[in-house]
Each structure stands twice: as structure tokens, then as C-alpha cells.
Design a protein around this ligand. Structure first.
Ligand code: GLN
Length: 309
């Protein structure tokens, strides 16, 4: 069978299961089985499929039919133009979360900054800010040790890709710059701020300039209404934000101030309907200049604030 026909058959199977993006998913899974990007696939779609490709594609399709997310099947996703490994240990980084990273990068050009990322999961936020912002000291925490193992792998992965690119482009200086980033980022396990004091001592940080987080924020009722991909496969402790979805914002709002310098900046991703409540929580705990930022779909997505004196 030709690759094009194989792909069409895949599309029909996924459509039959009610998968919305059947066409895109069937193509991306075939590209994954072929180890090709879309361009290479389009150039080869009249080729005959090798038996091992057909077998692997078959496995991918049946996983997708069971609603396993595409990114877990392929084993990676893209975030901020970087590649991150993902599997059931971590929440799949969402494109919406790039807004938080872009805000931080645009407001903090100075590399001599310390940054804390709470609930780092795959490390998507911490790793992209460390790499793209070049911040001198980054701490990332998560309650799940298996998630942190993957986050550490993601740091190595991106650094290695960058090392290679940098070496081919500009030579040794960029390579030593990435080696430097490797030393400046620390992943520590614990409940929210639990492991932070010790990490600060180890990294020589007195108070953070920036704190960021995309904590779990789904309410109990919303959890039951999520699509099967999320509900059945993504880690529940990366989604569950208590009865009303706000527990982590309450804890962060009350504790963050004592880990930040006055004037330090806090950035929190929120659910589309949590802007008002999270802003109020932050004001109540002495944060000033609280603002809500919208994502590209026009939904409230990030709250930023400044630590008062
Ligand atoms: N911080 C990670 C992300 O944005 C994980 C978030 C989470 O597990 N709630 O992808």
C-alpha cells in the first residue's frame, strides 16, 4: 500500500472514533512512524509503505483510537520553539502557556535575574525561560519526582540541540553559554514552596526577582467534563485545583511575597474565568499593579502582579 493510502485509511479510522482532528492526527502519526517531517512525507507519499512502518503506524492508530493524546504517542511536543519530551508523567504543555513566557521575556531583558517556577511539570516554562531569557539563576519545583525526572531530561535535550546548533553557527562561545545554563537551573521536589528555602541557600538567592506558575486550576466539576484525552490520560494531580479550582492561587498569593524582593514580579496562568478572583486574592495579600492578560483567543489567561514593600 502506498503511504498516501495508508494515511487515508488512518484518517477514516480516527474519524469513525469521533476524533476531531482526524486528518491532521493521521498525518502526524504517519510522519512519526516514518521519522519524517511533513515536507518529507509529502515528497514521498506515493512510495510503498515498508512493513515495519505499517506495523508501527497501526500501533499508533490503535492508541489514538483509545484517545491517548497525540503528543504522548509521539513522545514529544513543541513549546516556545523548543522540543519537549512528554509522557503520562506530565501535563502536555499547551500553546496558551506561551503567553506567560512571552510576557516574562518581554518584561525582563536583564539576564542577571533569579526566577522560581512552581509546579514545573515537564519543565516547559522553566527550561524555555532559562534558555531564551538566559536568566542567571532558575529554581523549578514540582511535587512529583517522576515529573522532575522528565523535566531534567528536557533540559539536557534542549541544551544538546542548542549546543549542536550553536557549535555549527557561532563556535565555542555559545556552547559555553549553554553549559552555564545547565549549572544555573535547579529542579527540586516538594509541595509548592516546601523545598524552596533550601534551594535558595544552595543557589545563593536571597529573594526572587520573578516567580511564575501554571498550577493545576481545574475545578472538581470541570474535571468530569474534560475531553477523554485529558481526563483519562493526563496526570490528575497536574489538573486538580480543588473544589473551586483556586487552591493553588490561594496558597501562592499568601506565601509568594516572602520569597520575593519588593518590586519583584509574579506571573500566574489562570483559567479563562478566574481573572477576577485571582486578582482579588493577590491584592488582598499586598500585591500591587495587578493586571489580567488575554491570550490569542481573547480569553483571560495570565495574571501578573508586583510584590509590594
Ligand atoms: N508548568 C507546566 C506547564 O505549564 C505544568 C503545569 C501543570 O502540571 N499544572 O505545562
Amino acid at each position: 500500500m502506498r503511504l498516501r493510502e495508508l494515511c487515508q485509511e488512518g484518517r477514516r479510522r480516527l474519524e469513525a472514533c469521533g476524533i476531531e482532528e482526524a486528518e491532521l492526527d493521521s498525518r502526524l502519526l504517519l510522519c512519526g512512524a516514518l521519522h519524517m517531517d511533513t515536507g518529507a512525507y509529502l515528497a514521498h507519499m506515493e512510495d510503498d509503505a515498508l512493513p515495519e512502518v505499517t506495523a508501527l503506524y497501526e500501533r499508533y492508530l490503535s492508541e489514538r483510537e483509545r484517545r491517548r493524546p497525540l503528543q504522548y504517542i509521539l513522545g514529544y511536543t513543541e513549546f516556545m520553539g523548543l522540543r519537549f519530551r512528554v509522557d503520562e508523567r506530565v501535563l502536555i504543555p499547551r500553546q496558551d502557556t506561551e503567553l506567560l513566557c512571552e510576557l516574562v521575556l518581554s518584561e525582563h531583558k536583564d539576564r542577571d535575574c533569579s526566577l522560581l517556577d512552581l509546579c514545573t511539570g515537564s519543565g516547559a516554562i522553566a527550561v524555555s525561560l532559562a534558555l531564551l531569557g538566559g536568566y542567571s539563576r532558575v529554581t523549578a519545583t514540582d511535587i512529583s519526582e517522576p515529573a522532575l525526572e522528565l523535566a531534567r531530561e528536557n533540559l539536557r535535550l534542549d541544551l544538546e540541540e542548542r549546543d549542536l546548533k550553536a557549535a555549527s553557527r557561532t563556535g565555542a562561545d555559545s556552547v559555553s553559554a549553554t553549559a552555564c545554563i545547565r549549572q544555573n537551573i535547579s529542579f527540586v521536589c516538594g509541595d509548592l514552596f516546601g523545598p524552596v528555602r533550601e534551594a535558595m541557600r544552595a543557589q545563593g538567592i536571597e529573594a526572587y526577582d520573578i516567580i511564575v506558575s501554571n498550577p493545576p486550576y481545574i475545578s472538581e466539576q470541570e474535571l468530569e467534563e474534560l475531553e477523554p484525552e485529558v481526563r483519562l490520560f493526563e496526570p490528575r494531580n497536574a489538573l486538580w485545583g480543588s473544589e473551586d479550582g483556586l487552591i493553588f492561587y490561594r496558597r501562592i498569593a499568601s506565601e509568594a511575597g516572602s520569597y520575593m524582593r519588593a518590586g519583584g514580579r509574579l506571573y500566574l496562568e489562570i483559567g479563562f474565568d478566574q481573572g477576577r478572583e485571582v486578582s482579588e486574592l493577590l491584592r488582598k495579600h499586598g500585591f500591587i499593579n495587578v493586571s489580567v492578560h488575554r491570550d490569542y483567543s481573547g480569553h483571560d489567561r495570565v495574571v501578573s502582579a508586583e510584590a509590594g514593600l
